[in-house]
Design a protein around this ligand. Structure first.
Ligand SMILES: NC(=O)c1ccc[n+]([C@@H]2O[C@H](COP(=O)([O-])OP(=O)(O)OC[C@H]3O[C@@H](n4cnc5c(N)ncnc54)[C@H](OP(=O)(O)O)[C@@H]3O)[C@@H](O)[C@H]2O)c1
Length: 287
């Protein structure tokens, strides 16, 4: 199996490289070797590699900045994805494309199913929705779209690493307790992608770790688990705060728990709770 990974230097891209099965022949491409703002660079990267499969983990992920860089967000998350998908169709390449919980408006009160109606509330969410719609329209069954949420990894900047840093340097913290979702270790998502390729699963699916939490719950868990290790010596006070406490340029869904049933069933996996995944990631951070 010859696989081309786009966005290899991101959180998910890095985890995909850490977990790649031995029989996969993996080629990687990241910015600036592949630049999603340049049609030529996308074309030459794919043409040179001639893969059987592409995993697209590249994206414009700066949710707040996207509100002012709308054209750039759409260039990377929509137009470039159209170009990748068209090249896949032309060369008969199966595309795995990663999307987000931010395609939903967050007004729901039960986990979002893959066929629930999207209604993004931010430029980032809208650009990602256009991207996944293009993949589905162009490639249909020759693609797999995986929506995920609240990713973290040992590699790159994310909530876990930011919190650990703040907990080391501050006496107290306030963290939003109104937004509800599922913290997700990118390592687990990477493993699910390799397994999905093996089983040739197609269509639109959801993947996060199991369980739900607010950002406040997540912060409290990070502190509790880190205190059990040498990552943190002394506890800080963590107080819950409403969303209005931290105004941001981009709106975020208040409830973005995803229903993973179809993907878990297709993959035949036993779901792992986000808290045990957090424990595993912190253990890796210690090494
Ligand atoms: N992070 C989350 O919480 C989250 C939640 C839901 C869904 N997702 C989705 O999951 C996927 C992976 O996310 P992630 O957290 O791994 O993202 P990430 O860490 O921000 O990585 C994004 C990757 O895209 C690359 N990239 C940025 N601009 C590019 C351009 N112009 N041309 C080519 N590559 C470019 C980055 O390269 P550089 O490193 O050189 O900038 C990086 O390798 C994305 O599709 C994202 O939308 C993420």
């Amino acid at each position: 199996m010859k696989v081309l990974l786009l966005g290899s230097n991101g959180q998910l891209g890095w985890e995909l490289q850490q977990t790649v099965p031995g029989h996969i022949n993996l080629t990687t491409c990241d910015f600036p070797k592949v630049d999603f703002t340049s049609s030529n660079s996308i074309k030459s990267c794919i043409t040179l590699s001639q893969p059987d499969y592409i995993i697209n983990a590249a994206a414009y992920t700066a949710v707040d900045k996207a509100e002012e860089e709308k054209d750039l967000a759409f260039r990377i998350n929509h137009k470039a994805v159209v170009e990748v998908a068209n090249l896949c169709r032309k060369n008969n390449i199966f595309l795995v494309h990663i999307s987000t919980d931010f395609i939903f408006n967050g007004k729901g009160h039960r986990p979002y199913k893959p066929d629930d109606t999207p209604d993004p509330v931010s430029v980032y969410g809208f650009s990602k929705l256009k991207g996944e719609q293009a993949v589905f329209d162009i490639l249909k069954d020759n693609s797999l779209i995986i929506r995920t949420a609240w990713l973290y990894s040992e590699h790159g900047a994310n909530f876990v690493k930011t919190m650990l840093n703040l907990m080391k340097n501050k006496k107290d913290l306030t963290v939003i307790d109104e937004q509800i979702g599922t913290p997700t270790w990118a390592n687990g998502l990477a493993l699910s992608i390799w397994s999905a390729l093996e089983k040739r699963i197609s269509g639109i699916h959801h993947w996060t770790d199991a369980g739900i939490a607010s950002w406040y719950d997540f912060a409290v868990a990070i502190q509790e688990e880190a205190l059990k290790t040498s990552l943190l010596k002394t506890p800080v006070i963590i107080a819950p705060a409403p969303t209005t406490h931290y105004p941001t340029p981009a709106k975020r869904p208040m409830y973005s728990v995803l229903d993973k049933t179809s993907f878990w069933k297709a993959l035949e996996v036993k779901p792992i709770h986000w808290r045990s995944q957090l424990r595993s990631m912190l253990k890796n951070l210690l090494q």
